[in-house]
Design a protein around this ligand. Structure first.
Ligand SMILES: [Zn+2]
Length: 256
C-alpha cells in the first residue's frame, strides 16, 4: 500500500509537469524543473512530492515566492486516488459489472489512467479555463480498445458516446457556443466511453447537482457574482471519476 501511494505521488508530480508545461507550450520530457518566478533550476530535493512543499513551507528556496498549491494537491490526490483504487479491487468494493479476477491488473491500470486524465482536465480547466483536445483525444484512442477488452459491450459504449456527446452538442448548437464550449462535447464523449450510458447519465446528474450547489454557495458567500464564469469541467471530470470508482454502489443506493 505504501508503494502504491508513493507511485501515485510520483505520477501526480508528473501530472503537474504536464499541466504547467502544456500551458507554457514547452517540452514535457526535456529540461529540469525551474522556479517560475526566479528561474532557478530546482534540485532533486526541491521536487520530492508533497514533502518538499511542506519542508519549504510552500515557498521557493531561492526567491521565497509562493509555490502554487496545485503542486502538492495534485500529488496528494493522485497518491490517495491510486491507493483507493488499489483498495477497491482488494476488498471488492463496488466492482464493475464486467469485472473478472483474471483481468484485475488491467482494471487497476484503466482506473489509475482515467484518474490521471480527469485530474489533468479538471485542474487545467480550473487554472486556465480550457478543456484541451490534446488531453481528451489521446485518452479516447487509448480507452476505447481497453474498454472493449475489459468487457464493456460496444452497444453501451456507443450509446454512452452518442447520448452524452449530443447532450452537450445540442446545447452548443442552440446557444451558438455560449453555454458550453466544444471541449465540453469531447469531454461528454469521453464520459460516455468511460462509463457507458446509464452510469454516464448518473455522472451528468451528479455534476449538475454539485455544480449548482457550489454556484449557489459562491453566490451566497459573495465569492462570486451572477457574471462570474465558473468552469464546469472540474465538475464533469470529478463526477465521472467518482462514478467510475463507486458508481455500482451509488446507483444501488439511489435506485433501490
Ligand atoms: Zn524562485
Amino acid at each position: 500500500m505504501v508503494f502504491i501511494f508513493f507511485i501515485g505521488l510520483c505520477v501526480g508530480s508528473f501530472l503537474n509537469v504536464i499541466i504547467v508545461r502544456t500551458h507554457e507550450n514547452i517540452s514535457i520530457v526535456r529540461g529540469r524543473s525551474i522556479c517560475p518566478f526566479c528561474h532557478a533550476t530546482l534540485r532533486f530535493f526541491d521536487v520530492i512530492p508533497v514533502l518538499s512543499y511542506l519542508l519549504l513551507c510552500g515557498k521557493c528556496r531561492f526567491c521565497h515566492a509562493r509555490i502554487h498549491p496545485q503542486y502538492p494537491l495534485v500529488e496528494l490526490m493522485t497518491g490517495v486516488g491510486f491507493l483507493l483504487i488499489y483498495l477497491r479491487y482488494t476488498v471488492g468494493f463496488s466492482l464493475p459489472e464486467t469485472f473478472s479476477v483474471s483481468l484485475l491488473p488491467w482494471f487497476f491500470v484503466r482506473d489509475a489512467f482515467l484518474l490521471c486524465v480527469f485530474l489533468v482536465i479538471a485542474v487545467y480547466d480550473l487554472r486556465y479555463t480550457y478543456i484541451l483536445d490534446r488531453f481528451i483525444l489521446p485518452a479516447l484512442i487509448a480507452l476505447i480498445p481497453l474498454q472493449l477488452f475489459l468487457g464493456m459491450s460496444w452497444q453501451s459504449l456507443l450509446a454512452g458516446t452518442l447520448v452524452l456527446g449530443s447532450f452537450f452538442g445540442a446545447q452548443y448548437f442552440f446557444s451558438h457556443g455560449t453555454w458550453v464550449g466544444g471541449g465540453d462535447i469531447r469531454l461528454g464523449i469521453l464520459m460516455g466511453v468511460t462509463l457507458g450510458l446509464s452510469q454516464g447519465l448518473f455522472a451528468l446528474l451528479l455534476a449538475y447537482g454539485t455544480g449548482a450547489f457550489v454556484a449557489v454557495l459562491l453566490l451566497v458567500t459573495k465569492k462570486a457574482t451572477r457574471k462570474t464564469q465558473i468552469p464546469f469541467g472540474p465538475f464533469l471530470a470529478g463526477a465521472t471519476s467518482i462514478v467510475l470508482f463507486a458508481g455500482t454502489w451509488m446507483m444501488n443506493i439511489f435506485f433501490l
